[in-house]
Design a protein around this ligand. Structure first.
Ligand SMILES: [Zn+2]
Length: 339
């Protein structure tokens, strides 16, 4: 990406092993993320460009001498951050704060929207998938890179639990996965705040019990009506806008929690006074997707959850620029890429 609206498919130097802890991965599935749309709409032009893509599955083509957990020919999924798996934060399950990790793409590391990726800290980062590279489960497995783990993180941060009412703000792929996650953790009622008919239909399939199409103050009033005036125990903020955060804080019940996973596009969290007096917990951040893969993988493999249904378009690498456009125009929920 060279700037807002400027995505190009170009040849770059081949990915290769640099450190003995690296793996060279041939990408078999990748995708475009809702968070990629922030730079797609806002990024200032750069001459160097920025490698894109942080969700991918691939085949190990080569492994450095110190790699122990995967070998040539293995099919693996990569979370959206790479991590060593051994530092104090990784051991606490917070791999996005790894002392020796980082994020894909940018200017000096490969992105997932490409043919191949150099994977640093491969032992800590990659997770083996016990299926073939064209398995029918591939879309759902690919969501473990980011959106399903991020939806799960929102649910955890919002303290979803059995019998509780959860409200999900946002009907993008993460919001839809958050509906799955809230139901999976036992929420009795899941209210989706969203406005797109195709996404609402999918959310209902995923277990949303109520849908609120209003925005802003009207949305707050509607959720309050649905919850006997009290608000939701757990609010999963899956957008990152000022308005969505204000809405999230407006619909949370006293003593409840807001789990925020939308990349914040604002510098401040609004309504500190109201949330203070209501004892509202505000939590969340980038999901430690790596920590959640082992927990969520059996549910995907055994068909209990189908987060892969968020993909409604598939294309080649050459289709990636149009995929950004389609997602930005809300023509597609999420685009899968088969290099
Ligand atoms: Zn670490």
């Amino acid at each position: 990406m060279y700037g807002a609206g400027d995505v190009r498919v170009e040849n770059v130097p081949d990915a290769r092993l640099v450190e003995p802890t690296d793996v060279l991965l041939r990408v078999t599935r990748a995708c475009i993320c809702g968070s990629d749309l922030w730079p797609y709409t806002q990024m200032a032009h750069t001459d160097a460009g920025r490698r894109m893509g942080h969700e991918f599955i691939g085949i190990v083509e080569d492994a450095g001498a110190d790699v122990r957990t995967v070998k040539r020919g293995d099919l693996v999924v990569a979370p959206f951050a790479w991590s060593d798996g051994t530092c104090v934060f990784c051991r606490e399950g917070l791999q996005t704060s790894c002392l020796h990790g980082g994020f894909w793409g940018g200017t000096d590391l490969d992105g997932g929207q490409g043919e191949a990726v150099r994977v640093p800290q491969a032992d800590g980062t990659l997770v083996l998938l016990p299926v073939g590279e064209d398995d029918a489960l591939m879309p759902s497995l690919l969501t473990l890179s980011d959106v399903m783990g991020t939806g799960h993180h929102a649910a955890r941060a919002a303290r979803v639990g059995p019998g509780k009412t959860a409200a999900v703000v946002g009907d993008g792929a993460v919001g839809l996965c958050a509906v799955i996650a809230a139901r999976r953790l036992g929420a009795e009622r899941v209210i989706l705040l969203g406005r797109h008919a195709d996404r609402i239909a999918l959310a209902r399939d995923f277990g949303a019990t109520d849908v609120v199409g209003e925005r802003g103050e009207e949305a707050v009033e509607r959720v309050r009506e649905l919850t006997g005036g009290l608000g939701a125990h757990s609010v999963l903020e899956c957008v990152g806008h000022d308005l969505s955060m204000t809405t999230a804080l407006g619909i949370v019940r006293a003593g409840g929690a807001v789990g925020r996973v939308g990349l914040p596009q604002h510098e401040q969290i609004p309504t500190t006074s109201a949330t203070f007096f209501a004892n509202v917990t505000i939590s969340g951040g980038p999901a430690p997707a790596r920590a959640y893969i082992e927990e969520l993988l059996p549910d995907v493999l055994e068909g209990r959850i189908e987060p892969g249904r968020v993909f409604d378009r598939t294309g080649s690498l050459d289709d990636v620029p149009d995929g950004y456009r389609a997602m930005n125009d809300r023509e597609a929920i999420k685009v899968m890429v088969t290099p």
